[in-house]
Design a protein around this ligand. Sequence first.
Ligand code: AMP
Length: 478
Amino acid sequence: MTFEDVVELSKRRGFFWPSYSIYGGSSGFYDYGPLGSVMKDNIINAWKRAYAAEGAVFVDTPVISPGEVFRASGHLEKFSDIAVKCSNCKTAYKFESLLKNLDIKEMAENTDQADSILLKYRIKCPKCGSPLNNSYNFNLMFRIENEFLYLRPETAQGIFVNFKNLLNYSRSVLPLIVCQVGKGFRNEISPRQALIRMREFTQAEVEVFYDNADSFSPDSIKNGPALNLLRNNGESLNISAFEALSSGVVNSPAMAYFINKTFMFLSSLGLDPAAIRAREHSPEERAHYSSETWDFEFFMDSEWIEIVGISDRNSYDLSRHRDASGQDMSVNGSIPHVIEPSHGVDRIFLSIMNGCYYRRENGYKVLKLRPEISPVHFAVFPLQRKDGLDSTARDMFTALKAIDPFIFYDESGTIGRRYARQDEIGTSFCITVDYQTRDDGTVTVRERDSSKQKRVDFRVLLEMARNYPASFTALFVE
Ligand code: AMP
């Protein structure tokens, strides 16, 4: 299915849509609808579980921060994109995107270099055709008017400024893994492609503080899966994170550990491992705080899109906050090292929608969501809206809903249409009450992907509902 198909489905069935549409919309803002908001929570919960299993702790800090925080972190000075504004039609472009769209394989580290590239290739405004010149630095942070306050561009700083409190909480034991999920804000020059580049988006960030290179033992990832790696010298590899570490492709055991972890996490969400790759940043591309970065990208809409960035932030942030605040940030005499896997929740969401949407041979559309991610766990239907099947189905639905509230009831249209409506939103299982139910108290359970049906006693189904999805999945294991 195409990217447009995903956007169309999302709007029609209530996954996401552009915000403020009754006022003509506002670029870079999206709402999650009734199904999307539940599915987004399911993704976040899967991430929380994956990191809680690592012994991580979680925090929730303000989205508005004093400017001092971002002066210390370097964001005030360096968190900017190079932009170009057409002097004729006034359209502003992100310089990097301009080059990408023209397939120009150059990179500018500053505005002087950008100006030379504009001149060299005689780049014109894609909208009105006027020559483009005079690039400038555009800081991506939103400032609160008349105050020295900013909307945070990343959730990470809320963790760094709390390092002493967190150390106290964890009794100074390292490694310490701290996570935060929440909104980040960036005044993107050219928001695009639905959830891919927004001005307000959700990050799920992990800051791993450690002081010992052996904290993340390579042995623990020895049997990890092979994955696609693209090095910054252009070399493509399909090796495990362990092999990448052993052969010097990845610099540290901690980086290798979290590359393996991120790959396993993304695969567990139902993303096709073959459509995932980890791409190494070149030194010029790396953020100001990073000494090694690997982006996890997903192939969608015929391009690779970054969905998770793993950066080695070294002791950069803690040292800067120590210098700016005068507070001690050391543990056992030295400042801990930090590895940061930073997840873009919205982009992961969109990747799942793209990767899971397909058309069956009979033409019906299916969203092949994993049961853990589906916003609707299962749907209940009467075969017919007569002969008491509907009242039995409604009673059963009420009993099931008391156990699992994320279920749906539908009695309108043919049974085939009802299955199709659920398939399209990713519901993994449908329960149908039919004439046999009246005789023996059994119902059918239909699995979305195989369309297979099993008969189950309703009393057994009540127990299964307590143990969703494992109990349902087990029913269809041959
Ligand atoms: P970064 O700090 O730029 O590495 O961002 C971390 C993650 O946040 C990226 O891997 C993206 O998935 C996501 N992200 C960054 N900027 C945006 C944006 N403007 N809209 C949506 N997601 C974003």
